[in-house]
Design a protein around this ligand. Structure first.
Ligand code: HEM
Length: 571
């Protein structure tokens, strides 16, 4: 090619390139503009459609009292600050309203708080409103589809399988282990000379008891992982609470970019590490031919197939008029009935892979380990705090214990726990004032008219049973801020609405560990009080309460112990 021709082509190319350079930005600018011009009406259209599809929800919500919110974010700003500040603010804000049904918007989510026993009964006793609220989904990476979260047929069949493993006859067989662990914690507490946080001890002790009883892992094979596990659970609850209250942490796409997601993964490694280890160990025992032996073998008469299993005069943490599947032995099978501990039963059921899969076992073990330890650790720590404050009440508990045990250092029997009537009232009063699970949330699939004021709570909303508020209603508990165990005298309880006291929830989704918790707590707490006088430098009004899923004292459960003259011998 001639150089002049090459030069011309090059010139043409440079010119057309330069022209293209000016054309492309112009067309891309136009395309971008067009995109935005179309996007804005599309978003507006979608928003209008979304609002219209929720018109019914807004109409009914408008009729429910509640604090005024801001556009788009609603009342989300009420949930800023530390956990204790949020708790205090929400309780205070609720006092501004006379009504016992209060709405709150967190962004587009409508939450309706209930604290009238009639409304609480309608929700908790229902077999329809059993779906857990969307807020529970943050538990999924941890608890999977365990009993706490699952719903429908899966929940029903697993509940039927698991509830009998907390039957009273099974619990009675745990008494020796409850006693041995209670004495072990007393030994550890002897190290404390000044003020300390008793929650750490209660946490470790309840994890160890759960491992030995429900999971059937003997003490000799346990290691320090129990304490590490308990601490990891506490931090996990902090993260879940953050996701409940901070609107921007709710979507996974945003959460996964935060440091909390990284921390959550680390904590889950510790938590699942323990549960996997427990299951593996049990499976190996199974394989080596060491089949689980039944804890008890009962003979069930044909006529007794629907007998109740409650004990006269003992309500196990709920109003004595209430009954749930833990009170009714509705197994139709007659003849010999072998009762297995929780994990033994799950593994045996899984042998054929029909009733429950390996993954489901893991989910249930995670659920029982969490629900079974953090709640009782908080309950027992609040009890000790209350005893430290009310020396006169503590004296009465000890007087009762002296009557039962005299000078003896013997371990407690089941019969002894039945006689701990005053201690039980103190425990119930603790659970009234400081319910370890301060709220219970359900998702409504249909509109529900509340009996207390006839208002309709719309389908699609989250109803929250505000147990903490319900338990402090002045019209039900005169002087509700006062720690008064006599609130649970039979004559006072008899005049109260059954659903005015629901620390363990109630109805079909009540706590499966209710009887286990009450029995275990009576043995641990009586053993501690037989050995120590508890002191507290703070009053209840000084407590900084926070509700990171489980109700806690933000400043820690600070108490002091003074050895009693007569010390129970350690086993
Ligand atoms: C003081 C101790 C305890 C308290 C206050 C307590 C309270 C509660 C409450 C309020 C619920 C209902 C939660 C909801 O619906 O969101 C619940 C459910 C549950 N609790 Fe407990 N709990 C305690 C101890 C235990 C123990 C010791 C275990 C097991 C060993 C346990 C296992 C469960 C399970 C599996 C559920 C889910 C039941 C279902 O949905 O069918 N809890 N508990």
């Amino acid at each position: 090619m001639e150089p002049s021709l090459i030069g011309k082509r090059l010139k043409d190319f440079t010119m057309s390139y330069a022209a293209a350079e000016t054309v492309v930005p112009t067309s891309s600018w136009a395309a971008t503009n067009l995109f935005y011009v179309l996007l804005v009406p599309a978003v507006l259209l979608w928003y209008t459609y979304w609002r219209m599809s929720r018109r019914h929800l807004y109409e009914l919500a408008d009729k429910i009292a509640g604090p005024k919110g801001l556009p788009l974010i609603g009342n989300a700003l009420e949930f800023t600050g530390g956990s204790d500040e949020i708790f205090k603010r929400i309780v205070k804000r609720s006092e501004e309203f006379d009504e016992s049904i209060i709405k709150v918007w967190i962004g587009p989510r409508l939450l309706v708080f209930l604290y009238d026993p009639r409304d609480v009964e309608l929700i908790l006793s229902s077999h329809v409103h059993i779906d857990k609220a969307d807020e529970y989904k943050f538990f999924k990476p941890w608890l999977g589809d365990g009993l706490l979260i699952s719903t429908g047929q899966k929940w029903r069949s697993h509940r039927k399988l698991i509830a009998p493993t907390f039957h009273l006859n099974v619990l009675k067989s745990f008494i020796d282990l409850f006693n041995a662990n209670s004495r072990a914690v007393v030994d550890k507490l002897k190290r404390e000379t000044g003020t300390f946080d008793c929650h750490d001890y209660m946490s470790e002790c309840t994890v160890e008891i759960l491992l030995e009883t429900a999971m059937g892992v003997s003490k000799s094979t346990q290691d320090r992982s129990g304490f590490e596990y308990a601490m990891a659970v506490m931090k996990m609850c902090d993260i879940l609470h953050l996701r409940h209250t901070k609107i921007w942490l709710r979507p996974d796409v945003l959460f996964n970019f935060t440091q909390y997601a990284k921390l959550q993964n680390k904590l889950l490694d510790i938590i699942h590490g323990l549960t996997k280890k427990v299951i593996k160990r049990k499976k190996e025992e199974f394989k080596s031919g060491n089949k689980p032996s039944p804890l008890v073998t009962e003979y069930v008469e044909p006529s007794e197939s629907t007998k109740t299993t409650s004990v006269e005069g003992l309500s196990f943490g709920q109003s004595s008029g209430l009954k749930d599947d833990l009170d009714v032995d509705d197994d139709a099978a007659v003849g010999q009935k072998k009762r297995l501990a929780f994990l033994d039963l799950l593994l045996e059921s899984a042998q054929g892979g029909v009733v429950i899969s390996d993954e489901e076992i893991k989910e249930q073990v995670d659920t029982i380990m969490f629900e079974g330890h953090d709640t009782t650790a908080a309950g027992s720590s609040f009890f000790l705090s209350a005893m430290g404050i009310h020396q006169d009440i503590q004296d009465k508990v000890v007087e009762e214990l002296d009557k039962i045990f005299g000078d003896s250092d013997r371990p407690a029997t089941f019969q002894d726990t039945l006689e701990m009537k005053y201690l039980e009232r103190c425990l119930m009063e603790t659970l009234r004032m400081f319910p370890p699970v301060p709220i219970i949330a359900r998702h409504l699939k249909q509109d529900v008219t509340m009996p207390s004021n006839g208002k309709k709570v719309p389908a699609g909303s989250t109803v929250i049973i505000a147990t903490y508020k319900l338990h402090r209603r002045e019209d039900i508990y005169p002087n509700p801020e006062k720690f008064d165990p006599d609130n649970f005298l039979p004559e006072r309880s008899a005049n109260r609405h059954y659903y005015a006291f629901v620390p363990f929830s109630a109805g079909p989704r009540s706590c499966v560990g209710r009887k286990y918790a009450m029995l275990k707590l009576k043995i641990i707490l009586s053993t501690i009080l037989r050995n120590f006088r508890v002191h507290s430098d703070l009053k209840e009004s000084d407590f900084k309460l926070q509700a990171d899923i489980i109700l806690k004292r933000a400043e820690g459960f600070k108490v002091r112990l003074e050895p009693r003259k007569r010390m129970a011998k350690a086993c």
